[in-house]
Write a protein that binds this ligand. Structure first.
Ligand code: GDP
Ligand code: GDP
Length: 437
């Protein structure tokens, strides 16, 4: 499923990031919990009235040493490239400015639905001032106050009404969508070219959005169909903002959302960076399959302990990815490259794995027998039964007497027991705890 995407644009200080945070909510994830990584988010997924969508705050993509107007024009351009619906934010307190008119001119030409939000409309008197903004020619202005949470419901209704019809097209469930993600120069393009050199590429891109046109479809010798999702850093078009770190993270996150499986590529010469952990955390939170790829293996002076040392270091750095396989490859010498499609297929199988309830409950009951459930103030957690409720990622619901008695560490224990009993290589699994009524 391709998520419809909403981008927020507008001058600095009109309230874009306040609106973003209000819509995206404050869910804390592994990504934000990892020390040393930036907390200011520019990309999130959210939902309103059962519709899921992706949200981008273009204001967070800052370019240093460029004039003010170049900066906001570039942000508007990003919105026009990436989004299905654009929310153009103006400031009801300061009123209309030349820059607003300039951005409106650009957005006109996008052929994308634009929704005009007049922020800082904190009280009813200010609502009278919104009429000036009709002159921008973008239709009805929506008065909102992001700080006070006024008007955001109407704004979201308008956003959802503007989503394209085909945003949630049905797809072939056997198609494996994957992407190579990683810092510049780790060898993503080389890996892609080496892989495509071996496979039969299907020329016609999938009908649909223009974004899909840069993706590549191919079939392997077993007849398995793949869709390789393109990411920035692979095919560049030369725009100013493409070199910014934030934009590259944004493109990586978008590619992850569109992929079933993410191949996170690190360079054996350089080791692991915060960027890699950030991206891996995002993929984990999104429930995607993850393959860790150590490329440029040919550049290392190796002895019989090198791989073991790398394994230990990778496991230490990516602790929450203990389920992900690691491959050590060289795009240059083609060493072990065959393992990449093999592992991708294995992960795809694992993330689509469905476990029958009776065998699942045998595993759960054995687990409880070897490690008694926690108790608090004389009250013991009772686990009645569990069932798998979905795939991609495999998700289990465990019914208990009291949700509060379940510890994080016991959930972790149950996850480990499930992983020991069944094959869930490369995929996160989710365990939800519910009270049995
Ligand atoms: P951005 O640069 O467009 O992302 O703007 P910010 O979200 O950082 O907001 C800029 C300033 O406007 C901050 O001081 C916010 O607290 C303030 N602000 C945002 N929304 C509102 C609002 O609805 N009413 C008022 N009065 N202030 C707001
Ligand atoms: P990208 O920016 O991640 O797409 O990286 P590229 O595929 O453009 O590769 C960056 C550089 O690393 C190029 O000079 C490649 O020839 C080189 N390179 C890529 N893979 C390997 C490898 O496995 N071994 C060695 N020695 N060099 C590699």
């Amino acid at each position: 499923m391709v998520l419809p995407t909403v981008a927020i644009v507008g001058r600095p200080n009109v309230g874009k990031s306040t609106i973003f945070n209000r819509i995206a909510g404050e869910r804390l994830s592994i990504v934000e919990d990892t020390p040393g990584i930036t907390r200011d988010r520019i990309y999130a997924t959210s939902n309103w009235l059962t519709r899921d969508f992706a949200l981008i705050d273009t204001g967070g993509i800052e370019m240093t040493d460029v004039p003010f107007m170049t900066q906001i024009r570039a942000q508007a351009e990003i919105a026009m490239n990436e989004a299905d619906v654009i929310v153009f934010v103006v400031d009801g307190e300061t009123g209309m400015t030349d820059a607003d008119q300039d951005v409106a001119q650009l957005l006109y030409r996008s052929n994308k639905p634009v929704i005009l939000a007049v922020n800082k409309t904190d009280n009813p008197e200010r609502r009278l001032d919104i009429f000036d903004f009709y002159s921008l020619g973008l239709g009805d202005p929506y008065p909102i106050s992001a700080v006070h949470g006024i008007g955001t419901g109407d704004l979201l209704d308008a956003i959802i009404a503007a989503f394209p019809e085909n945003a949630e097209t049905k797809e072939n469930p056997d198609l494996i969508k994957f992407s190579f993600i990683g810092r510049p120069n780790v060898g993503k393009s080389s890996l892609i070219n080496a892989m495509l050199g071996e496979e039969r590429v299907i020329a016609s891109p999938i009908a649909g959005t223009t974004r899909d046109a840069v993706d590549t479809r191919f079939v392997d010798n077993d007849g398995q169909e793949f869709l390789m999702i393109d990411t920035a850093g692979i095919r560049k078009s030369g725009k100013v903002y493409e070199t910014t770190e934030k934009y590259s993270v944004l493109r990586a996150m978008r590619a992850i959302d569109r992929s079933d499986i993410v191949c996170l590529v690190v360079n054996a010469e350089e080791g692991i960076h915060d960027y890699d952990k950030h991206i891996a955390g995002f993929a984990h939170d999104a429930g995607k399959g993850i393959l860790l790829v150590v490329n440029k293996w040919d550049t290392l002076e190796k002895d019989d302990k090198t791989m073991k040392k790398w394994e230990e270091d990778m496991r230490h750095q990516f602790q929450f990815l203990d389920y992900s396989p690691i491959v050590y490859v060289s795009a240059l010498t083609k060493q072990r490259l065959v393992q990449i499609p093999e592992k991708i297929k294995a992960i795809h199988k694992a993330q689509n794995n469905r476990i029958g309830s009776s065998v699942l409950n045998e595993v759960l009951m054995d687990a409880i027998a070897t490690n008694p459930t926690p108790s608090d103030k004389g009250k013991r957690l009772r686990i009645y039964y569990g069932t798998q409720v979905s795939i991609k990622p495999p998700t289990f619901v465990v019914f208990v007497n009291e949700v509060e008695l379940m510890h994080f560490s016991y959930v972790r224990f149950l996850e480990n027991q499930i992983r020991k009993a069944f094959v869930f290589e490369g995929t996160p699994i989710k365990i939800l705890v519910r009270r049995r009524k």
